[in-house]
Design a protein around this ligand. Structure first.
Ligand code: PHE
Length: 444
């Protein structure tokens, strides 16, 4: 017998869970270094525009499909477009998040490791080469990757309400307090002002089509789009909720956290006299160095709080990825326990290969990229935008306008005035935006 589907308990729970999915390594690890590499404030402005005109409409499209169907991604396609090829989209968006979780949990494992190291006051000013030797070693990253997967699976095993909802309700406010503390700390360091300036004074000469495509891709990644996460979470949203409010609220918090993370990282980087364009090592390489330079207990405590923040943010995202696959299998008749354990093993295996690709498997290249980089590019540049494109085309062109309106306006009672505008964005602007990202990735 099929048990009744769980639902999130309140509007706040919905926004916290969705924001938990959105706010992750993308905000704290990726956004600061992308802003650092692509012109600071100018990048941020492009990013905000991309968020509003491209990412938000797709977020709404996924929410509409999820809540309308009340199903996992595959079931949603079968229900809303029975017997059609759209079911392949349902399948694609079950596979992509599993691949993504595979390599995401490797970086999640790094944050576990760095949190442990911070707790042991390991960042003592002598951290040169630490990051490189850590990620290229065999066992240590594998161990912390495993810890990360086990914790992710444990939360999912508890279910939607007692797992996802409770965990995000406790950790998201904590994360907010942590990040605000870190910002205050960072901007009051001597010499931090240059970093603040870098984030607020736009230099548009740096903005070209590549920067625009990077900003669009980041907006996509950061709002967890195109992989069925938002669709799946929306399927747990009650019919009374206002989809525009949950989408807007999530985007608002996601943006806020990206900016706060930028203000937590960049001023400290400038205060230490380091160049902002450091790249992927900015958080794991540069910050421990900066914390170590402080030579104080305070530096040690700040390091603990910083890596705790990254860890929590990564976990609230990884659970949303695993939930996509679990919802799919549960709908196909598997128990939640079996589904969770099976998929945890699968993603653990993918992660092992990714983790080793920094060390013993570094020589293995796919299209000139390491396995980790290949899977990251495959997901972020291709599969996620493809999923997002197809979701928004599905809502804009396949579903009947009356159904879309009915779902978005809660039967004509909410958001009626903005419907036409949002519909236009979903039908025309968002698909065109994604095609631009595709072409840029292909040609540049
Ligand atoms: N949005 C998450 C982040 O910023 C990553 C993510 C992508 C999570 C897709 C779920 C689905 O880190």
């Amino acid at each position: 017998m099929k048990t009744a589907r769980e639902h999130f308990g309140s509007r706040l729970a919905v926004i916290l869970a969705m924001a938990g999915s959105a706010i992750g390594l993308g905000n704290i690890w990726r956004f600061p270094y992308l802003a650092g590499q692509n012109g600071g404030a100018a990048f941020i402005i492009v990013y905000i525009v991309a968020m509003l005109v491209l990412a938000l409409p797709i977020f709404i499209a996924e929410s509409i499909i999820g809540r309308r169907s009340g199903c996992d991604t595959f079931g949603a396609m079968r229900k809303l477009a029975p017997g059609s090829k759209w079911r392949w989209l349902g399948l694609l968006t079950v596979i992509t998040p599993m691949i993504l979780l595979g390599y995401y949990s490797v970086v999640g494992g790094w944050s576990v490791d760095y949190f442990f190291k911070a707790c042991a006051f390991r960042f003592d000013g002598n951290t040169e080469g630490l990051f490189g030797s850590f990620i290229s070693s065999t066992w240590e990253p594998l161990f912390t990757h495993s810890v990360f997967i086990v914790v992710t699976a444990a939360i999912i095993l508890l279910g939607v309400k007692k797992g996802i909802e409770l965990f995000t309700k406790i950790t998201m406010p904590l994360l907010f307090v942590l990040i605000v503390f870190l910002v205050v700390y960072s901007i009051t360091l001597p010499g931090a002002f240059k970093g603040v300036e870098y984030l607020v004074k736009p230099d548009f000469s740096k903005v070209d089509i590549n920067v625009v495509a990077t900003a669009m891709g980041q907006a996509f990644f950061s709002l967890s789009l195109g992989v069925g996460t938002i669709l799946t979470y929306a399927s747990y949203v009650s019919k009374k909720e206002n989809l525009l409010v949950s989408a807007g609220g999530t985007a608002f918090f996601d943006l806020l956290f990206a900016l706060l993370a930028g203000f937590a990282v960049m001023p400290a980087v400038f205060a230490a006299g380091i160049q902002p364009g450091e790249g992927a090592g900015l958080v794991f390489d540069t910050l421990p160095f900066i914390f170590g330079q402080m030579h104080s207990v305070l530096g040690g405590v700040v390091a603990i709080l910083f890596f705790l923040a990254i860890l929590v943010a990564a976990l609230t995202s990884s659970i949303s990825l695993l939930e996509v696959g679990v919802a799919f299998l549960v709908e196909r008749g598997y128990s939640r326990t079996k589904a969770t354990i099976g998929l945890a093993f699968l993603t653990w295996g993918i992660g092992i290969v990714c983790s080793l690709s920094f060390g013993p498997l570094a020589g293995v290249k796919i299209l000139d990229l390491s396995i980790f980089d290949f899977l990251d590019k495959l997901c972020s540049n291709w599969l996620m935008p493809l999923g997002g494109l197809l979701f928004t085309v599905f809502v804009g062109w396949k579903m009947s306008k009356a159904d879309v309106r009915d779902e978005f306006t809660n039967g004509g009672t909410r958001n009626v005035r903005v419907f036409e505008f949002v519909y236009f964005l979903m039908r025309y602007l968002a698909p065109v935006g994604i095609v631009v990202v595709f072409l840029t990735n292909l040609l540049m």
